[in-house]
Design a binder for this molecule. Sequence first.
Ligand code: WT7
Length: 656
Amino acid sequence: MSDDDVQLEARLEEQEVFEPPESFVEQANVNDEAIYEEFDENWPDAWERAAELLDWEEEWDQVLDDSDAPFYEWFVDGELNASANCLDRHLADRGDEAAIEWIGELGEKRTYTYDDLHREVNEFAAALRDLGVEEDDVVTMYMPMIPELPIAMLACARIGAPHSVVFAGFSADALATRMESADSEFLVTCDGYYRRGDPLEHKGKADEGLDDVGHDVETIVVDRLDDDYDHPMKAGEHDYDELVAEYAGAEVDPVTRDAEDMLFLMYTSGTTGQPKGVKHTTGGYLSYAAWTSQSVLDIKPDDTYWCSADIGWITGHSYIVYGPLALGTTTVMYEGTPDYPDKDRLWQIVEDYDVTQLYTAPTAIRAFMKWGKEYPEQHDLSSLRLLGTVGEPINPRAWKWYYKHIGREECPVVDTWWQTETGGMMLTTLPGVGDMKPGSAGPPLPGISADIVDVGGDPVEAGRAGYLVVNKPWPGMLRTLYKNDERFIDEYWDEYSNPDRDEWVYFPEDGAKIDDDGYITVLGRVDDVLNVSGHRLGTMEIESAIVGVEGVAEAAVVGGNHEIKGEAVYAYVITEDGYDETEELRDRIIEGVEDAIGPIARPEQVIFTPELPKTRSGKIMRRLLEDIANGDELGNTSTLRNPDVVEDIEAKVRGD
Ligand code: WT7
């Protein structure tokens, strides 16, 4: 490095506040800070700004109905269709423009123009209807990043059938639980997909899941692997290509949906073993996805925008499919992994497609850093205008690396905090307005009201850690947990004890702190939910999978720090009488977790122990188990019923 470089490096190390680049600000969709005031003064009506990004068949009579809080309703009595908003309305101007640029793992490329996408969505919608899908029937999708996934989602939206997408990496059991819980009688899946160039079978997993579903299911199978894998079709199964061919040229009028009608369900992990079916609506969710895509991701129709998440998670729903397509832009969809065939795959794609925005996760950024800057340096990344991150806290070092080596110090970085439940982004800087502080997501978006409070619900002072709360409803919020209003209230809502503030507050279950400028740094979950590579996993779910393994008496799962994944699963296991602490049992435990949830939940370490550290009241001291996993100084053990066990466990983790 030259002296100049060293100086530059040092400057970057120290810098704590970054101004948005002038060239970006000039062209930004939102570049006037008055927007915050506008929302404050004109709340909730200011939210019409979001709804106005969409085409409505019937305008709303009321922006917000809060008479039955926390069952809020947005854009009351408005009517619209999500598929018409993502497709039909763009045809006149942008029919020939790319809606989806898909890149397969093997390097295949497919471009769907808005015309193409509209055509195939109509054909598939017609097919679904004839297979018996009626309005409000939940259709499950269990497939990887292939174009047929967003096509199926939009086809469902077109006929008013909510979709429930199950991440393809989840296990057969996870699929079955979700289909049962949603009473879903339709499944769209595929024969398999490619990983690192090799075909990976998927249909068998879907079949296994269906074996555990107690009702009949019509299944549609996409042939992704061509001749690489032959899947015999069974009764009640249909081939996707044949269906679409059969309905060639069919047109289906988009069904008129009420703003509050369900657009989709998305299952996510919570504190208990049972996943939660988060319900999102047509009007509020879509308005919110479109608005945040426009104001935060700065999406314009001419952009080639890329979110590298998987559509099996909420990020992909909001920011690969619904937000970008509602705005009529080009959305990039990549099937594969970032390091196949080589570690420059992403940068190759950015260069090939002139990608203008990249939205990814800290876990990926940490991997890029580890691989080294020579990979991005091999490519021309000058098309990039904005960078985004989501999924977990990003440390300032990773932020600066991203800013410098991917963004050339010319792109604002938006660190966006949100959740499956919020539908879209909640805390972040507006890239054309606010200064950026690496490591801190930023202030609440205009119209969003958040605080950091103590256990009593009182705001804590700046710099102190507390609980993040959201004080006012917002259009993209979940409306309930599917068929479980009671759990919805129990899990998320609380009424202020303060009699002057007779309002409901939303608890995201995250710890956070706020600084004097109102920037919020999210510290992580305060419930027993882990964040592994930006994926949310409930410790209870993993524990119940482990306890289900023959030979296991008790288990406790905690998160330990991991260089790339952020958190990794550490499982402390007590064997049943008569079972030895063998490698064989360890393997069965790992298999048990993969079968119940999927490979993402695979324990990094399984630690056998004769006892778990417990308080005198019998509560497992998870903090202590975390400290052990991280090799940290142990906290106070004096309140333990069995302090001696701690040393034994520590020795085991260290491997003595
Ligand atoms: C949890 C939500 C939002 C889509 C992806 C994950 C954590 C998310 C950030 C961020 C710090 C973050 C929180 C949150 N999280 N984004 N920018 N900074 N933490 O959705 O699976 O519902 O998980 O992810 O802990 O509660 P999810």
